[in-house]
Write a new protein. Structure first.
Length: 183
């Protein structure tokens, strides 16, 4: 007697719907990058606010005065940063763009180091390409900062949303091809 485990796959219709929705949001973010950057900074502000409240709640359950004080201080710093981001979203976009530039630059350096270690491996050229493109993008952000804040954050969020949408849209189509080919 064989056992059969049924794994429920997500509905193809919903996946296609969300894929299209993500792609529309991606195109909108690319078309209006500063507005998307403001929305992203407000979103991050709320996330940081919730994290600050979580630290304050966690402080209640800590043992020892030192641990409680540190959790409260960390929570207050998070909350202060969140309030700043929520009240001054344009300033938050400028700051987040600078952080994003550093992140991309460091990632580019790491990709180049990894390429130097794996340069003889098949496909290692993509590491070189990724590292160079990352450093060029970081340079573009740094050399044009703070004016790059008007396009960088929103454009990159838009590109991410666009590719997420494409992935959600193509997955059910690929499943359909596999089902048709198997039949």
């Amino acid at each position: 007697m064989s056992s059969f485990v049924s794994v429920r796959e997500p509905s193809s219709g919903w996946s296609i719907f969300f894929g299209i929705l993500l792609m529309v949001a991606g195109f909108a973010s690319i078309a209006l990058p500063f507005v998307a950057g403001i929305a992203a900074s407000i979103f991050f502000g709320w996330l940081i606010l919730f994290a600050g409240v979580a630290h304050l709640v966690y402080a209640w359950f800590e043992r020892g005065a030192g641990a409680v004080i540190w959790q409260i201080l960390i929570g207050l710093v998070y909350i202060a940063a969140a309030i700043s981001m929520l009240l001054l979203p344009v300033t938050a976009v400028v700051a987040l763009t600078l952080v994003l530039g550093w992140y991309i630059a460091i990632e580019g350096i790491f990709e180049l180091v990894l390429f130097s270690r794996l340069r003889r491996a098949p496909g290692a050229g993509w590491l070189l390409f990724d590292g160079v493109v990352s450093l060029l993008l970081a340079g573009l952000i740094f050399f044009r900062w703070p004016s790059s804040s008007f396009w960088a954050l929103g454009t990159l969020v838009g590109i991410s949303l666009l590719f997420s949408g494409i992935a959600r849209l193509t997955m059910p189509m690929a499943r359909r091809r596999v089902v048709v080919a198997a039949a």
